[in-house]
Design a protein around this ligand. Structure first.
Ligand SMILES: [Zn+2]
Length: 74
């Protein structure tokens, strides 16, 4: 296993993670990892992350595998 790509500059804190279903009228998201468009009625994973500066960002993934690939510690 190659795990030598962990040279992240900022410390990231996972604030929240949840599985959601995209409903009609929502903006469409793209999977943060593979780039697939998350379309209506699709289940997707949302992660809220706080960096060391206190900035909150939300990231969306088409499936749990993509989320784990992006954030192995989740
Ligand atoms: Zn994906």
């Amino acid at each position: 296993m190659n795990t030598s790509s962990n040279t992240a500059a900022a410390e990231l804190i996972i604030q929240n993670k949840s599985t959601r279903v995209l409903v009609g009228g929502s903006p469409s998201y793209r999977c943060d990892y593979c780039g697939q468009v998350i379309s209506e009625r699709m289940r997707y994973s949302g992660v809220t992350i706080r960096d060391s500066a206190g900035n909150i960002t939300e990231h969306f993934f088409c499936e749990e595998e993509c989320m784990i690939s992006q954030y192995p510690d989740i």
